[in-house]
Design a protein around this ligand. Structure first.
Ligand code: HEM
Length: 394
């Protein structure tokens, strides 16, 4: 059986995969990458860590580019940063950041309402401020981080390797500028997650002694982890904000539930809205051995793309993918992935998104805008520009 050819380049991921998935849950790009569009197939790939390796990049990626024991060792070091008690302690800080930004936005909003781009005006700024507040980074970095988000986005859209490399190097320099002063301060460095990361010990398997050795993280590992916690995440939070506000502008009853519901109810609503329009589109794998998937034989060493946006809309699991039902769909939601690489930052992402919505909806109503929004194209999803109108709540 030959897999249908599907080239997602430059296409709006949601509509394009809705059409393609109707033909087959597995497709192939013209350059031979397998694109996993179906929900059961995405689970099969993401949970078979032996056959599908995450070591897809020639660059060090901690922990996402790692497999097996090495991956587990680094997850053991980084997962505690997102523990529930830590998130509870962080909540007032995130809430203060959200409240301040909402106040700034609403200062310009008259009774007739004002149109904003939910991605640029709210999502991107909030993401940068919330992440820097969490990590203890200087607020003066905000303009540089915002500009970096724009450049990074343009570079990934261009698919020009020299541009993406330049943007990645610029980000590493920025991270090193945060790490270096902490090194110089030693024991006097501020107590925050960045300093803590510089002090943790990783316990790695050591075949020479048939056991494990414990050591501090190397500079390049710290930089890689911090890059994951910021670079990768800032864009996701911004895009998620665009998806959420665009959906809520057309859903007043849901908006009311978010306004008055508990944190857990709000989190379930957010997850379901992101399932319907998942802006975190895909992740890569490479096969380690021949493997069979959806009736196709995949050879060893082949590239595979898990398409979360498509899997989250598979009609075999979600009969009508656009129907909102957080109770029925929650257990099958793949927005944060599945398997050993499941998103460790989920509690933080949820905290940020729920708190941002709660703070905004406490003082504002959200309405559809007359300006037509612009959808993103692969490799990201959601909205490039998400115009909505804010009016003050009396
Ligand atoms: C805003 C919404 C977010 C979404 C939709 C999202 C989604 C995902 C998904 C689907 C994966 C699985 C990757 C795979 O299987 O290869 C993942 C992994 C990861 N995410 Fe997130 N994420 C979000 C926010 C965050 C945040 C806030 C952080 C940290 C601050 C974070 C850090 C990571 C890391 C480090 C990994 C790699 C884990 C591993 O390979 O073991 N993410 N994320």
């Amino acid at each position: 059986m030959t897999a249908p050819t599907f080239d997602p380049t430059g296409l709006e991921p949601l509509t394009a995969t809705d059409e393609q998935r109707a033909e087959s849950p597995l497709a192939r790009t013209p350059d031979g990458t397998w694109v996993v569009l179906g929900h059961p197939e995405a689970i099969a790939v993401a949970t078979d860590h032996e056959s599908f390796s995450s070591a897809v990049s020639r660059f060090l990626q901690v922990p996402n580019g790692m497999d097996g024991e090495e991956h587990a060792a680094f997850r053991a070091v980084t997962d505690p940063f997102f523990a529930s008690e830590r998130m509870a302690a962080l909540e007032p800080t995130v809430r203060a950041v959200a409240a301040e930004l909402v106040e700034e936005l609403m200062a310009d909003v008259g009774a007739a309402g004002t149109e904003i781009d939910a991605v640029a005006a709210l999502g991107a700024v909030f993401a940068v401020r919330a992440q820097t507040a969490w990590l203890g980074w200087p607020t003066a970095l905000e303009p540089e981080l915002l500009q970096w988000m724009i450049d990074n986005h343009e570079a990934s859209r261009s698919r020009d390797l020299s541009r993406t490399t330049e943007v990645a190097e610029r980000f590493d320099t920025l991270i090193r500028s945060v790490v270096a002063p902490r090194r110089a301060l030693g024991a006097d460095a501020p107590e925050d997650p960045t300093t803590e990361l510089m002090r943790v010990q990783v316990k790695l398997p050591d075949p020479e002694i048939l056991g494990s050795t414990q050591r501090a993280l190397r500079e390049e590992e710290i930089v890689s982890i911090l890059r994951n916690w910021t670079g990768g995440d800032l864009g996701s939070i911004a895009l998620c904000t665009g998806v959420l506000l665009t959906a809520l502008a057309d859903a007043p009853a849901l908006t009311e539930r978010l306004r008055h519901g508990t944190f857990t109810e709000a989190a379930a609503i957010v997850d379901e809205l992101l399932r319907i329009d998942d802006p975190f589109v895909s992740n890569r794998r490479v096969t380690t051995c021949p493997v069979s998937l959806a009736g196709h034989q995949i050879g060893a060493g082949e590239r595979v793309l898990i398409h979360w946006t498509s899997a989250n809309r598979d009609e075999r699991v979600f009969a009508d993918p656009n129907r909102f039902d957080e109770q029925a769909h929650g257990a099958q939601n793949l927005v944060y992935g599945i398997g050993k690489h499941i998103c460790p930052g989920r509690p933080l992402a949820t905290l940020e998104l729920v708190v941002a919505l709660q703070e905004l909806l406490a003082v504002a109503d959200v309405h559809p805008a007359e300006t037509v929004g612009e959808r993103e194209v692969a490799p990201v999803g959601g909205w490039a520009h998400a115009p909505v109108v804010l009016t003050p709540r009396s």
